[in-house]
Write a protein that binds this ligand. Structure first.
Ligand code: OOG
Ligand code: NI
Length: 462
């Protein structure tokens, strides 16, 4: 089969994310409300800031603004995770980074499946935060055994989805027609099931261990639990939620608002109480699904990340013991004060090696090369406007923020850290491969951009 006859994985991912969005909007009408609010705020920001609108149009980001999303699922077994990795590979998504949530009292560990190269990210950045339940953290051995048996008895992928994953692996791609069927079948895995697979009694027992355990074990499949559009003004959306009937999470996770945004800011409306039916038709309620928004900024180097972690830790430390009613306000103030120590100027962020970027030769640089007027090192070329530097967008997640998102959707039932430490090796064994190192990906992109400039200018820059 000719390579060109295959649908591109980027195309499949883009179409899949649109199909997932349509499904989630029909399943959770409140998510449609959130999308509408995000769209309105984005349009207002663009109207008020024509240069921003122009920059987004020039980079091609404007057209994609409405579809920049991530989602999340929670899986029950190693086998489910391994197959999920193969399913996402069909869409050009690879596991990046390891996130331990047990240290925040959530009995899962996770990775994010996403596109890794620049062109693919530009096509569709859709990512799925994928957690695996750590059954070993259930402290009651009988219940642990029962949960394992319940999970062993479910098949979360359709036969056709499995067949098409195998077809993809065998042939190296899917035809257009197969891709259409694949998207439809893959979507089934993420659907909501009102019908639980367990009795109300077992559900209660699982719930008493941890609400997340009940969410993973009690149902037929790993329902998508949220999708996340991108906002140009996350604080405005946060402020606008209550008037639209959404119970907003108390605080925005991540760094404070800045002139030069870094990493990722996130907030959500809280998980809804939804009617379900337990075995034997017993009616009940389950709360798992919510809507989230994100605003992304520059990817930090290891050095930048260490500074971020330190300042975030300091802000949280300052608010220790503040009563819940005063916490959001106190935290916002502490965050703003602590992050005063994080440079808020791109030139400084670059020079101090806090942010990953990419270099480009400017028009002036090309002219200088033609006229043989090129001289100086990287700094000199940048200063003379012959090279341009722009920050790379952060494409990943933040463990402390993710824990905050999890916890705000678990009601009051948060608990202290589990004793057992992170288990990356265990996770990778389940996954069937190592996760990719996010920092290495950003470093590679930066290095490649520098090498391209060096070649274009015929200078030893890299
Ligand atoms: C995932 C929560 C984490 C994020 O954006 O950090 C997350 C979940 O609730 O399953 O989505
Ligand atoms: Ni999320």
């Amino acid at each position: 089969m000719n390579q060109n006859a295959f649908a591109s994985p980027d195309e499949i991912r883009g179409r899949f994310s649109l199909a997932m969005s349509a499904m989630y909007q029909s399943e959770v009408p409140m998510y449609g409300e959130l999308l509408d609010l995000v769209g309105r705020v984005n349009r207002r920001v663009l109207d008020d800031h024509p240069p921003l609108a122009e920059a987004l149009r020039a980079s091609g980001d404007l057209q994609r603004l409405e579809e920049e999303r991530h989602g999340a699922v929670r899986l029950g077994t190693a086998q489910e995770l391994a197959t999920m990795a193969r399913l996402f590979a069909v869409m050009g998504m690879q596991p990046v980074s390891y996130y331990d949530l047990a240290c925040a009292g959530v009995p899962v560990h996770a990775t994010a499946f996403r596109a890794v190269d620049e062109a693919s990210l530009a096509h569709s950045p859709f990512r799925v935060f994928t957690s695996l339940l750590r059954l070993e953290l259930i402290d009651d051995p009988a219940l642990r055994q029962q949960a394992a048996e319940i999970l062993a008895g479910r098949q979360i992928f359709t036969a056709q989805a499995l067949a098409l994953i195998e077809q993809f692996e065998r042939a190296g791609g899917l035809t257009e027609e197969q891709a259409g069927v694949f998207i439809r079948e893959a979507l089934q895995t993420f659907r909501w099931h009102r019908q639980a697979r367990v009795s109300a009694e077992v559900y209660q027992q699982l719930q008493a261990q941890h609400r997340l355990i009940a969410d993973v074990v009690a149902f037929k499949g790993p329902h998508i639990n949220h999708l996340t559009p991108c906002s140009l003004d996350i604080d405005a959306v946060q402020a606008g939620m209550p008037a639209r009937g959404m119970a907003a999470k108390e605080l925005v996770e991540g760094p404070p608002a800045r002139r030069c945004p870094i990493l990722l800011r996130q907030t959500s409306f809280k998980a809804l109480d939804e009617a379900v039916q337990f075995a034997c038709g017993t009616p009940g309620w389950h709360s798992a699904r919510f809507g989230e928004i994100e605003q992304r900024g520059a990817a930090l180097t290891a050095r930048g990340r260490a500074l971020y972690d330190r300042l975030l830790g300091a802000a949280r430390e300052r608010c220790r013991g503040v009563p819940p009613a005063q916490y959001p306000q106190a935290y916002a103030e502490a965050l703003a004060q602590c992050f005063a120590d994080f440079p808020d100027d791109y030139a400084v962020l670059r020079r101090e090696g806090l942010v990953y970027g990419r270099y480009q030769v400017t028009e002036a640089g090309r002219a200088a090369r033609r006229e043989g007027r090129l001289a100086g090192d990287l700094e000199a070329l940048l200063a003379a406007g012959l090279l341009r530097w722009q920050p790379q967008l952060y494409e990943d997640f933040l463990p402390v923020s993710a824990a905050g998102i999890f916890q705000s959707n678990l009601g009051d039932s948060t608990r202290d850290a589990y004793d057992q430490s992170a288990s990356r090796a265990e996770f990778e064994r389940a996954l069937g491969r190592p996760v990719l190192d996010e920092l290495a990906l950003y470093a590679r992109t930066q290095q490649a951009s520098l090498a391209a400039c060096a070649q274009e200018l015929d200078l030893p820059l890299a």
